[in-house]
Ligand binder design. Sequence first.
Ligand code: NAI
Ligand code: NA
Length: 395
Amino acid sequence: MIIEPKTRGFICITSHPKGCEQNVLNQIEYIKSKGKIGEAKRVLVIGASTGFGLASRIASAFGSNSSTIGVFFEKPPTEGKTASSGWYNTAAFEKKAHEEGIYAKSINGDAFSNEIKQQTIDLIKQDLGQVDMVVYSLASPVRTHPVTGVRHKSTLKPIGEPYTNKTVDFHTGAVKEITISPCNQDDIDNTVAVMGGEDWEMWIDELKNADLLSSDFTTVAYSYIGPELTEAVYRKGTIGKAKDHLEKTAFTITDLLKEINGKAYVSVNKALVTQSSSAIPVIPLYISLLYKVMKENNVHEGCIEQIHRLYTERLALDKVPTDAVGRIRIDDLEMRSDIQEQVSALWEQVTEENLPSIGDLEGYKTDFFNLFGFNYDEIDYNSEVDEMVNIPGLQ
Ligand code: NAI
Ligand code: NA
């Protein structure tokens, strides 16, 4: 079929297998160009199909020949209907890994469930024996709790008072003010249940009880802080409470891992265009300005550059550098005071009329469509492609 982008709200409901492959190949090429990253490991990536999780899987496999098991929740293709992009990303990743003799298998299903955890445990036992590292990179709007059966929904709301700021509809370029009403306690509890650290801890606990963690095992989960201007809706909002919980959970897990000398880290990453961040109000406008400033200052990074730096300049060191509360910081360039000052100055001025020139709306849109395999110069979007792509190592 001929596949074109079709957007609904903030998301794109089609994706292009060849373009998704291009996205993956570009990331593989970047990692290879940077040379070898340490010894081969056995790595489980939870949330492995898009964004930071995909970049982590690529950096592990192609940076150090690591064996990877990827867990994700993606829609397979049906005749005449494309798969979700993470499906095609994974198909391309596994094809390339297998060509190079690198072990890669995948599990598609709800990582919050007991069933998927058990299936993963069985696969590790069967194929890898143990794992040396778990990357936890889930981003989900909902979680069905495996013990209570309650379906929690996360929200992106301020706490205490309404929050008004500028936001952009990046499809049309319209800049408007929006006001978001404050949350109630249930919103906070539900968001913490979905995006906090409980599920991360459950995974590590279950893997440890099954004796599947090697000595000196490491696990890392991803967090975000961001600037003052998004604080009310992000770090001091409902999602921020979940990130507080996730960050605290790193200490709980490290305690759990004492006897195997294991360690749990949270890495605070940079704001980037992913399927998750494009759904957050205000953030896309902030990212459009941030991209402009970071590109002008030659410090722009995407997911793969971020994860490469995490692996080589943070996790690889004997003493992993962290901030005062134990978090790894790879948002250092985003948070640099000169960068933030320039972004704040632009934020004051930005309007619908001047955004295309003072911000990087084009860069935002390109990155957004790239997530779904569109807008790659290398791909001929007028030719027929087969939507029915398999993931070779899917269990
Ligand atoms: P993403 O949307 O690109 O990736 C989410 C992944 O989780 C996908 O692989 C998806 O298939 C998987 N997933 C979602 N629900 C699942 C479920 N129930 N079972 C199994 N897999 C499921 O998101 P992104 O942006 O890469 O986020 C990953 C982490 O990084 C999140 O914790 C996010 O808060 C954090 N982060 C994101 C930043 C950003 O600007 N995008 C900045 C800093 C941190
Ligand atoms: Na991810």
